[in-house]
Design a protein around this ligand. Structure first.
Ligand code: MG
Length: 391
């Protein structure tokens, strides 16, 4: 019997990866491309290539040992920056696909959005920002961009990852107009007050959905939050009641998960409904229409209000819990001590950063070094510099 010809596994150029997307989605065709021109990928879209470059980067692997809320060594099951980024990517990709947008770009932005985080989460960033006040400040968004534009050392032809313009635009979530002027084309939208792509807008809200929900989970797991406290939060109590109605006999752990999955489901459904309504009302045709329109990816006012209440609750009961604040205070001290030690005596820096300091700005090279550290590496470095008897 004659054999049927084998189906081609992938199409020439990058057509295999192209799905039906809306005319206002970001596509390879409308992209502003890469700073250093490169041949087109053979079996992937340009944005799949960006995602792959991010996954293979050193900064991405470091996220495994960087704090989300709980310091990495406090427990094996808490979220880290890495698992947080993967959860953001999951939510963001689902939303992008449901809205027929570019889910490869969305995934790339989501996986890269926290690359620039210092050790010890927001406490680390605030401490480093204070140290950097006289030198242009420190902000994790800008640092994420600095990593993908300059600091990763992987390719012969360029510094950084040479990502597509729209991936970089999505990574730079916010920026003051003064700083924006230093960023050329990428900063322009902050000066002109224009919106980024819908794919980037999705990542912002997926980030919020992911951390609000996983912080409830981690807070309960750690014992710093209690179910009685959470009953004050309507978003939680409403979905806990639903879970109880459906599964009256389940264990506490399952009940928490059944509640949180309902919360995520409700937030995503709300986001899809409201964003669809806004997109239909604005009737954009092109990506340029998206840049000119107000934010089109959004929650309803009702859900926005519930989210704010949950955020306020988490701030008060989890992020400002005395046990978390103790760790935060320690983290600040570590960052400040390291910064002071290196800037007072640059010879203490590893040679690569001494070289960067010699070529320009000592404070910035020190900030790059410290921001790149994982939690445990920064603690080890602190011991090496400050404890007698430690190598
Ligand atoms: Mg995040």
């Amino acid at each position: 019997m004659p054999m049927r010809p084998r189906t081609r596994l992938w199409l020439p150029s990058n057509r295999a990866a192209v799905r039906e997307m809306m005319s206002y989605a970001v596509s390879d065709g409308v992209s502003r491309g890469r700073a250093v021109p490169e041949p087109r990928p053979k079996a992937r879209s340009e944005f799949q290539r960006d995602r792959d470059r991010i996954v293979h980067s050193t900064a991405f692997r470091r996220l495994e040992y960087k704090t989300q809320v709980f310091v990495n060594h406090e427990g094996d099951l808490f979220r880290t920056r890495l698992t947080h980024s993967i959860e953001v990517a999951q939510v963001a990709r689902s939303v992008a696909r449901a809205l027929n947008l570019n889910d490869d770009l969305t995934e790339a932005i989501a996986l890269a959005h926290d690359l620039g985080h210092t050790p010890f989460g927001h406490a680390g960033q605030e401490a480093l920002n204070e140290c950097m006040q006289a030198h242009g400040g420190f902000e994790h968004n800008r640092q994420s961009l600095r990593i993908v534009d300059r600091l990763e050392e992987r390719y012969g032809a360029f510094d950084g990852l040479n990502l597509m313009f729209e991936t970089r635009e999505g990574i730079l979530k916010h920026c003051s107009p003064a700083r924006a002027r230093e960023l050329g084309d990428l900063g322009q939208r902050f000066i002109e007050d224009r919106r980024p792509s819908l794919e980037a807008q999705i990542c912002n809200l997926a980030d919020e959905i992911a951390y609000n929900n996983h912080d409830v989970d981690d807070g309960l797991r750690s014992g710093l939050l209690t179910l009685e406290q959470l009953d004050q939060v309507s978003l939680f109590s409403r979905h806990a009641t639903e879970a109880d109605r459906e599964f009256p006999q389940i264990s506490l752990r399952r009940r928490v998960h059944e509640t949180i999955r309902r919360m995520i489901g409700a937030q995503v459904a709300d986001l899809l409904a409201e964003s669809t309504r806004r997109i239909q009302a604005a009737a954009p045709l092109t990506l340029a229409d998206i840049h000119a329109a107000p934010a089109l990816i959004a929650f309803t006012d009702a859900m926005q209000e519930e989210n704010q209440k949950l955020k306020g609750f988490l701030r008060e009961h989890l992020y400002h819990h005395y046990e978390v604040l103790r760790m935060t205070a320690k983290a600040r001290r570590i960052i400040r001590d390291l910064f002071a030690a290196f800037t007072e005596n640059p010879r203490l820096l590893p040679p690569q950063y001494q070289e960067m300091a010699a070529n320009g700005n000592l404070a910035r090279a020190t900030a790059d070094y410290i921001a790149g550290m994982t939690d445990r590496y920064s603690m080890k470095e602190h011991r090496r510099l400050f404890s007698v008897g430690e190598l």
